[in-house]
Design a protein around this ligand. Structure first.
Ligand SMILES: [Ca+2]
Ligand SMILES: [Ca+2]
Length: 282
């Protein structure tokens, strides 16, 4: 594992990034800058008046769930700090895609406001405003991310209100990186939100998402897929992972977004052991 981590990190340092090139824009999205404020106001009005779905049609909602954290491992850095690495995947197991459409609505800001596009059974769709935002990161993940799409916290097992020993708010690009096996009904066999969906610097519109049965996979060697455990006393800890922790995206079920993983960590012995992992409230 250590060798793989090292090799992967070298790639990141070389500027290649772990996720590679992602640079797609939607044609025609750059036009009418001068009319944007008017367009935004008009869109808001239309949204208020928009029906939930065409008559007789039902929403095909996404349903995010946390996969098991994978490849947990300790890494000692050259400066002596110790990191607990982990891989995360959020699956969409719903009836329709989770589609996040980011747009810079004001030339004066450096983030994108995000709308969720919800498709329906009649072949239509509607867009709903969200409080989510996308930000651009050039840390080897050179594309736009939906901020805090996943939250990972670690505390002493059995003491959820006690001290937090590690926390990550993970921004996600949201692409069809991996298909669940076996896939659920309605899962497209090819990625509908491919590498490149998360755009590049300078883009003003991004259409990213997760198809049914697909997940965006953030392996343990990606940026921020670790917590500093240098001074952590040996013991059993619970890692609580939540997808869409702020409830920004509408889903078929909002109560299945958490998974807990109990791990025994002994930094001095260079050991981390997964004891149990289950989907459910932490
Ligand atoms: Ca869910
Ligand atoms: Ca949600």
């Amino acid at each position: 594992m250590a060798g793989r981590l090292k090799a992967a990190r070298t790639l990141q340092l070389a500027g290649l990034g772990s996720e590679g090139y992602r640079g797609r824009t939607e044609s025609g999205e750059r036009v009418m800058r001068a009319h944007r404020s008017i367009m935004v106001a008009l869109a808001a009005t239309l949204l208020l008046a928009a029906p939930a779905a065409a008559e007789g049609a039902t929403d095909l909602l996404p349903d995010m769930r946390m996969a098991k954290l994978y490849d947990l491992d300790l890494e000692t850095r050259p400066n002596g700090r110790v990191r607990l690495h982990f891989g995360t995947i959020g699956w969409n197991m719903g009836d329709g895609p989770l589609e996040a459409r980011g747009r810079i609505s004001d030339p004066g800001v450096d983030y994108m406001s995000v709308k969720q596009r919800i498709y329906d059974s009649a072949g239509g769709h509607r867009d709903r405003e969200t409080s989510a935002v996308m930000f651009y990161a050039g840390d080897g993940h050179d594309h736009w991310h939906t901020r805090q799409f996943m939250l990972v916290r670690m505390y002493v097992a059995g003491d959820p209100s006690g001290d937090v020993y590690g926390m990550r708010k993970l921004g996600y690009c949201l692409i069809d990186a991996r298909r669940k096996s076996p896939p659920p009904p309605g899962s497209p066999s090819t990625a509908q939100y491919p590498v490149g969906s998360c755009g590049q610097a300078g883009d003003t519109f991004v259409r990213s998402g997760l198809s049914v049965g697909w997940g965006d996979d953030y392996p343990p060697y990606y940026a921020y897929q670790w917590m500093d455990v240098t001074d952590l006393p040996a013991g059993v800890y619970r890692i609580c992972a939540t997808v869409d922790p702020l409830g920004e995206f509408l889903e078929k079920s909002e109560v299945n977004n958490q998974r807990w993983t109990d791990v025994r960590i002994d930094v001095a012995a260079d050991q981390v052991t997964v004891l149990e992992s289950r989907m459910g409230a932490c």
